[in-house]
Design a binder for this molecule. Sequence first.
Ligand SMILES: [Zn+2]
Ligand SMILES: [Zn+2]
Length: 331
Amino acid sequence: MRPMPRSLPDGRRLGAHLPVAGGAVAAAERAHAIGARTLQVFADNPTAWRRRAEPPNDLVAFRERLAALDVGPVAIHASYLINLAGPDDEFRKRSVQVLASELRAAPGFGARFVNVHIGSHRLTGLDGGIARVGEGVARVLAEVDAGSEAAVLALENSAGGGGGIGVSLDELEAVVESIASHGGDVARVALCLDTAHLWAGGVAIGDDESVDALVDELDTRVGIERVAMIHLNDSKSALGSRLDRHQHLGAGEIGVPGLRRLLSHPRLAGVAYYLETPGMDEGYDAVNVARAYAIAAGEPLEELPPEARTMRGGRARGGPRASPDSPQSPG
Ligand SMILES: [Zn+2]
Ligand SMILES: [Zn+2]
């Protein structure tokens, strides 16, 4: 069944993180089939240090399908192993290499964004972690050419568990400043706000007033135009719980009013939205795309079947995977 063509206010784009295990072209087709206007993918195995020797052989066809179907801007979710903020030098060196390789791979995928978790100080102290992230990002950017094809590096906020950095707006502002103070070109750096992480990190976004306040504060701290991506997820865990648990839209603790304001706030009109909700491989990609459009339009949501509540996936590393051979559930 082909869904009704739907849209979001101001022509903003909504997509989903989709598996490329069946080929990148199939992911582009799937995005179109479920009414998504963009998509996010892994460029390589997100839980292995080893990078593939050659890019996938269907990338030319992938870019052609994206153009023909008008699907984009594509985002690449970088490897989960990357941690630029940790205290181990060897680990950080490898993180710089892998993140640089993700950025180099981006033009092949026609990707405008490479999204990476800001990282964890591993409980060694926030200030040192922020300094290391700034230094690491500056090094990555120096290693990758800044041509017209170059992807923007979108830093993702953290829910705050395990020393994750980028929980509060204070921290996000400090990270951007740290990159600049280490000589990094912050014009190539954006933010990706994961709504489930905001919520678990204690940032209230459950109604118009709190979303409006967040937008104002983002503008003051980092400039609202720096927010390029939103990972649109409801949260299974409570406000401030620091537990990263994604939920189907409108079925979690954030709820419909806050998500609706996030999808329609005029100052977020330039943002691309990507779902990382549960059950992406079990057909809930289509369900949550439809729910996002319904939420934005102020329409009532259909009841989710009981099994939807216990669905796995759509959560951070270390968690269960959507499929055993090809982890496809981004944090
Ligand atoms: Zn997450
Ligand atoms: Zn995310």
